[in-house]
Design a binder for this molecule. Structure first.
Ligand code: COA
Length: 169
């Protein structure tokens, strides 16, 4: 009998918590360690450094309309960030963004963090998510398929827009 083996390495152990106002330097350093390809895939642009205004926006979140989760490995290094920001015009929908450090991509970290984020979003009354990704970003597409019940995709101006119904963790 043939047995299909999952040959992916086991998902690394993670400590996940909400981002805090005093995480500005941590976040800035984390960004500086990302490859240009990962930065481009996350921000759809080159992003050499975050301004202090952007760092305030990204770390001083309200935990309801704007949630950011950060994940650390067992050495205490920041390895991933996932966030949602509720749409102003449609409070049941939020824009989602994720990034995993290059070293740990493809090991289930993004999916795990994405499911946590989806759970938080659902508990805060969010039912749908949106995201904009590069058309060739298969990892993001598959991750968003994992965290959504139904996923609609459309191409606009060289990017892929995703809209989905959120699954809870
Ligand atoms: C996109 C990203 C967040 C995914 O996180 P990850 O931890 O690497 O992904 P996972 O290991 O959880 O895998 C998610 C899915 O993508 C697949 N995948 C992972 N890397 C892949 C790759 N390089 N090519 C194709 N598929 C890939 C996995 O097999 C998995 O699919 P499955 O569940 O159907 O088996 C991460 O790769 C990343 O940070 N990329 C740069 C930033 C970015 O693209 N952000 C998304 C835009 S918001």
């Amino acid at each position: 009998m043939w047995v299909l083996l999952d040959r992916r390495p086991p998902a690394p152990a993670l400590h996940i918590r909400d981002i805090r106002a005093d995480d500005k330097q941590l976040l800035a350093e984390g960004l500086s360690h990302l490859s240009p390809a990962s930065v481009h895939a996350r921000f759809l642009a080159a992003k050499p450094r975050l301004t202090s205004r952007e760092l305030r926006y990204l770390t001083e979140v309200d935990g309801r309309d704007h949630v950011a989760l950060i994940a650390f490995d067992t050495d205490g290094d920041l390895v991933a960030v996932a966030r949602y920001v509720r749409h102003l015009e449609d409070p049941t929908t939020a824009e989602v963004g994720l990034v995993v450090c290059d070293r740990l991509q493809g090991q289930g970290v993004g999916t795990r963090l994405g499911l946590h984020l989806a759970d938080r979003a659902r508990r805060n009354g969010i039912e749908h998510f949106s995201a904009i990704i590069l058309p060739e970003n298969q990892a993001a597409l598959r991750l968003f398929t994992r965290i959504s019940a139904r996923l609609h995709t459309a191409f606009h101006d060289g990017v892929r827009e995703l809209v989905g119904d959120l699954l809870a963790a």
